[in-house]
Design a protein around this ligand. Structure first.
Ligand code: MSP
Length: 665
């Protein structure tokens, strides 16, 4: 069977050392594999997604000793933690392999036996250095006088090792590897990392020690219990062991070769792009189709963040913080975190991990862009069509094409592991739709009674939302389902089909939508750190602008106000309960407002723009702590916010219906 006909699409994460808890780094790789797997499933491909834990390492043994816990109990506990974190993060893996499981141990020993029988390994004296943290051997020539690990990210003291070890004849595979790399340009990705591998191999491959003296932890060499198999040699085999090879060759044939191994760049060149393919060549097995390495989360100085530095948060704790800050449901906050990980990381390179950037992006992309689009659409559909999808007289071609374009760009980017670019393409559609709403101004269409155009506008919004949710679904399966539900569809993450991202007109007329419910509530600015504050607070500033008269001819720009100055203005959302003209005042309307249950009377100069009856039931924004002022014998207890458009006042109102009395800032 040719590789192209392989029935199952098989993707793997690295197996993580159980010497510490999962963090945003391990979550990045796991989420990105989950997204690719979900995407393939939506395309109708049978998919197998493998993840797991690397448990036979000396660093794991040492971590258990440090924690004062028996090592087996320690690895059981951490493997369970990894599984539960992946479950919480909506990771839909098909298999979770632990290297302490018999199914793995047996295959590692079988591989060793075959290589020994085939003359690919030999016994020799190993004399050199070993870094436990990196689980890597170093020659004398690699190590400086400080005897610290040469890996700049590690720099831990090395152990001097003198052992009778087995060596793998890696040097014999330089030529076949280079040939394979040249003949299969998709094998090592991205391209610039392939070049690193090529020059690493061209510098000369040395045979590699693949056993260690048995110090009580590790997989014993068959027939030689004083030796254990080197943890990298053992760990790489997990990808093969999980297929059932060599016991279940039918299953193996469905899965192997793996379609994609994903990992970070630190374990790419030496291990996944050189040692592993060489081991497979020695076994006479096909090589994985693609090995992809992404960059790291780094600190401000460009240093890798992770267990060693402790700089990366625990993913579940971070999502809980996001839920707490925003008020989003916990499972929505998890989806938001998945989105933020993939949207913030520049995949081919390194990215500084910045908590504030995540929070800002949450507000910008999720609360404002997608959340608002959904809310506005459903709110208007409820208001103008009683929540029932109307029949649209025509298709808005430009928008339908923009949606198809987004879907195409998304696919092209995802095929190259450019997750951030893919999401950017999807969000271009969302941004286009928010602009479309402004352009069409459905509220004006409603006011002018142009029902047919209004139906076209809202159906266009519904369709674009449906497509946007489909594009978002691999990344945010729960939130996508929530969007579909909001627009009256019963699609779930399991029933969603990728082809629907390219279709138009799938929300049938007559569909009833439920009342609008915010999916991604906004994080209030004051709950963000100072640096996150600046961008968001402008929104309130712009809204308030028309209420503040500009000085006639300012000699100098007035000094900026402080946030405390701004906070003195008490802005509240109010419901208009009654409205009537003011006798002998052709610009004024007298409004009765409800502010959290309290009535207020306000005179507003909007009579030329609004009919009294169309204001009743609307929400407005009130300057609630303005000194009362008497006009035409009536006391006005506040002022409404309105945009000043050539002297005409256009009322400011919340994007979606909110409780009366809500503070605006
Ligand atoms: N056990 C080995 C892998 C064996 S695979 C046969 C190992 N484990 S690890 O726990 O250190 O996890 C490494 C992986 O976690 C990286 O390859 C990467 O996928 C992910 N990351 C850990 N820290 C990370 C960052 N700071 N940034 C990005 N990814 C990170 O190596």
């Amino acid at each position: 069977m040719s590789v192209d006909q392989k029935p199952v699409w098989y993707i793997t994460t690295p197996i993580y050392y159980v010497n510490g808890r999962p963090h945003i780094g391990s979550s990045l790789t796991t989420v990105c594999c989950d997204v690719l797997a979900r995407w393939r499933r939506m395309q109708g491909r049978r998919t197998w997604f493998l993840t797991g834990t690397d448990e036979q390492a000396t660093n794991v043994f040492e971590a258990a000793a440090k924690a004062g816990v028996p090592v087996q109990e320690f690895v059981d506990r951490l493997a369970a933690e990894f599984r539960s974190v992946w479950d919480r993060l909506h990771i839909r893996y098909d298999d979770f392999i632990r290297t302490t499981e018999p199914r793995h141990v047996q295959v590692v020993q079988e591989v060793f036996r075959r290589l020994r029988d085939g003359g690919h390994v030999y016994l020799d004296l190993y004399e050199g250095w070993y870094c436990v943290a990196d689980e890597t051997f170093f020659r004398d020539s690699d190590v400086g006088p400080d005897r610290l690990c040469p890996n700049a990210e590690c720099r831990k003291p090395l152990q001097r090792v003198q052992e009778q070890n087995y060596f793998f004849r890696l040097s014999a595979f330089a030529e076949p590897l280079l040939r394979h790399i040249e003949e299969n340009p998709g094998f090592l990705q991205p391209d610039f990392r392939r070049n690193e591998v090529v020059s690493f191999i061209q510098q000369g491959l040395r045979d590699m020690s693949i056993t260690r003296a048995n110090n009580g932890w590790g997989i014993p060499v068959p027939g030689e219990p004083d030796k254990v198999i080197y943890v990298w040699f053992d760990a790489l085999i997990n990808y093969l062991a999980a297929t059932g090879w060599p016991r279940d060759m039918a299953r193996y044939a469905e899965l192997w070769p793996a379609d994609v191994h994903v990992m970070a760049k630190d374990i790419f060149v030496r291990f996944h792009a050189t040692l592993w393919p060489a081991m497979l060549l020695a076994l006479g097995l096909p090589l994985p189709r693609t090995v992809y390495a992404h960059g790291w989360w780094v600190d401000a100085e460009g240093r890798k963040q992770g267990k060693r530095t402790g700089g990366l948060p625990h993913p579940v704790e971070f999502s809980e913080e996001l839920a707490d800050l925003s008020g989003a449901a916990p499972e929505i906050a998890v989806d938001a975190l998945r989105y933020l990980l993939l949207r913030e990381m520049v995949f081919h390179g390194d990215t500084e991990f910045e908590r504030e950037a995540f929070l800002k992006r949450y507000n910008a992309d999720l609360a404002n862009d997608l959340g608002n689009l959904c809310n506005r659409t459903v709110t208007m559909l409820t208001r103008y069509f009683g929540g029932v999808v109307p029949q649209a007289a025509r298709v808005e071609q430009e928008i339908a094409q923009a949606a198809a374009q987004s879907a195409r760009e998304y696919e092209a980017a995802l095929a190259e592991f450019r997750f951030n670019t893919a999401l950017e393409s999807a969000w271009r559609l969302v941004a286009r739709m928010n602009r479309y709403i402004e352009e069409k101004a459905p509220w004006s269409l409603a006011k002018r009674g142009e029902t047919e155009e209004l139906a076209v506008a809202l159906c266009t919004c519904l369709e674009a939302l449906r497509v946007a949710a489909t594009l978002a679904a691999p990344v945010m399966p729960v939130a996508a389902q929530r969007v579909w539900r909001q627009i009256g569809l019963e699609t779930t993450a399991d029933t969603a089909r990728w082809a629907d991202a390219h279709a138009w007109g799938l929300v049938p007329p007559g569909t009833r939508v439920p009342p609008p419910e915010p999916i991604f509530p906004r994080i209030e600015e004051k709950r963000m750190t100072d640096s996150a504050l600046s961008g968001a607070s402008q929104v309130s500033g712009e809204a308030a602008a028309p209420a503040v008269p500009a000085p006639a001819a300012p000699a100098q720009k007035p000094p900026p106000i402080t946030i405390d100055d701004f906070m003195k203005v008490e802005l509240r959302v109010a419901n208009v309960t009654a409205a009537e003209p003011v006798p002998n005042a052709d610009k004024l309307l007298k409004l009765t407002l409800d502010v959290a249950g309290e009535p207020r009377t306000v005179l507003a100069g909007i009579a030329q723009m609004y009919e009294p009856q169309e204001l009743v039931g609307r929400q407005v924004v009130l300057v609630a702590n303005l000194q009362p002022r008497k006009m035409r014998g009536i006391e006005s207890q506040g002022m409404l916010l309105a945009a000043d458009v050539d002297g005409q006042a256009i009322l400011v109102q919340p994007e979606t219906v909110v409780p009366s009395g809500s503070r605006v800032r």
